[in-house]
Design a protein around this ligand. Structure first.
Ligand SMILES: [Zn+2]
Length: 102
């Protein structure tokens, strides 16, 4: 599940890779909107994305949803990446420099 590092949004994201069907500047940010809940992608809304793209995004949401729906930030982190980073930090903080045995 993605999380916006700027506003904390964890629900709605869009894909910058999918252009909106509407050419108007007040249209949606993207041709594809994804709604997430705790166990993953809940709903995909196509705003002009073709079915093949919708299907691909459904299978690989991490590769598509890179923009926050609410604030437009692309500082989107995925939970599994954050967990991995935290695990690395723990490893580093508990790592003890080897000392030369006398
Ligand atoms: Zn945001």
């Amino acid at each position: 599940m993605p999380r916006c590092l700027r506003c904390g949004n964890r629900k709605s994201f869009v894909s910058s890779k999918v252009l909106p069907a509407s050419p108007y500047s007040n249209g949606p940010l993207s041709g594809l909107i994804g709604d997430f809940k705790e166990n993953g992608l809940e709903q995909l809304t196509s705003m002009g994305a073709v079915k093949a793209v919708v299907n691909a995004a459904s299978s690989h949401p991490k590769e598509y949803f890179d923009t926050c729906f609410y604030c437009g930030s692309q500082e989107v982190a995925w939970e599994e990446d954050l967990a991995a980073a935290e695990a690395n930090n723990i490893d580093q903080s508990t790592y003890i420099e080897p000392t030369n045995h006398v």
